[in-house]
Ligand binder design. Structure first.
Ligand SMILES: [Zn+2]
Ligand SMILES: [Zn+2]
Length: 344
């Protein structure tokens, strides 16, 4: 029914958009720049420059996943990678996913996170009484930052492991793996249905330890921050951007047994059988080691990216990637129905 709003008569939908539009726009604007932090990208370029100098032009991979020697511009911004159809699809998938993200991010992080916190604090208080209200010091803050990091790394690992093992979930996650080249935007290459899964994992992985520490310290503990960002968010952010860059940033081999170097994600995106379903965590190697999915590659190991020759043609364009899970679920349902139908 039309509504009279003073000077002009507007319909109920216009009124709704006028009322909530600025809020939605503000949420979008607040979310988008966080994706590509210039300080992370600049740090990434600085490290890539250092690798270029130290390795005398070696250490970067081409669109075919092979390490090669090249000049500086080609080293930092290779033409075959940034003009690849996969890099263009990265941009569209990112734009599409980011436009929708604020809606479920607000819904899940705003409702599931607080619900988990209330439940954990309520359960601890019911079982053990009021928390001891410990006075936080630097050591406690370090421990808090580490527990948050391990908590989120673990829930991310669990979800990622499930996505690689359960066909119905792989149908969604394959969109990330359909990337034939790696660019910093590939990090955000995901199906719109994957966002709510990761937001739920983030809410659980963050809220459970955060609530336990809030109970212990009567809500007064804070994370250690660097450049105004929590150490936890900083490590995830930096590692997330660099591991989808074609320049290999490796740690010493012994350290890669504990922390995932960005180059270890190059093997995660490879379709070779020995690389499949490996290096599933983001920051640490601990969970992968415990579950037998850790793979420390040899120097300059060949890592052809994507789904492999048999599947790639089905998941190349933007629309193919958006349709991919629905197409695969339909195939699974048909196969189940065929199996359930008695043969004459
Ligand atoms: Zn994966
Ligand atoms: Zn990835």
């Amino acid at each position: 029914m039309p509504v009279d709003s003073g000077a002009q008569t507007v319909g109920p939908f216009t009124e709704l958009v006028e009322l909530y539009g600025p809020r939605v726009w503000n949420t979008l604007a607040a979310n988008v720049p966080r994706d590509l932090r210039w300080n992370w990208l600049l740090l990434m370029i600085a490290i890539a420059l250092l690798i270029f100098v130290l390795r005398r032009g070696r250490g970067a991979k081409g669109a075919d996943g092979r390490e090669r020697s090249c000049g500086l511009l080609e080293y930092l911004l290779p033409r075959d990678i940034y003009t690849h159809v996969s890099a263009r699809v990265d941009v569209w998938l990112w734009v599409f996913e980011r436009a929708l993200r604020p809606f479920w991010a607000v819904l899940l992080l705003g409702s599931l996170g607080p619900l988990i916190e209330r439940t954990v604090i309520g359960t601890l208080t019911a079982g053990l009484g009021a928390g001891p209200a410990i006075e936080p010091n630097l050591a406690w803050m370090l421990l808090y930052s580490l527990v948050l990091l391990l908590g989120y790394d673990f829930t991310f690992f669990l979800l990622h492991y499930a996505e690689h093992r359960i066909p119905a979930l792989w149908a969604i996650h394959q969109v990330h793996h359909s990337a034939e080249v790696l660019t910093p935007l590939t990090r955000y290459r995901e199906h719109v249905l994957e966002g709510p899964l990761y937001a739920s994992a983030a809410a659980i992985g963050y809220a459970v330890p955060a609530a336990a520490f809030a109970w212990l310290f009567a809500g007064s503990i804070k994370e250690i921050t660097l450049f105004n960002i929590g150490i936890f968010a900083l490590l995830f952010g930096f590692n997330g951007a660099f591991r989808h860059y074609h320049v290999q940033f490796r740690y010493p081999r012994w350290l890669e047994q504990w922390l995932q170097s960005p180059a270890m994600h190059h093997t995660h995106h490879s379709y070779l059988p020995q690389h499949r379903d490996t290096n599933l965590a983001v920051v640490t190697s601990i969970w992968d080691r415990m579950c037998g999915t850790l793979y420390v590659p040899a120097p300059d190991e060949y890592t052809p990216w994507g789904l492999g020759p048999e599947r790639q043609a089905e998941c190349r364009s933007f629309t193919q990637n958006i349709a991919a899970p629905f197409r695969d679920w339909q195939r699974m349902l048909r196969a189940t129905a065929r199996r359930a139908t008695p043969q004459p």
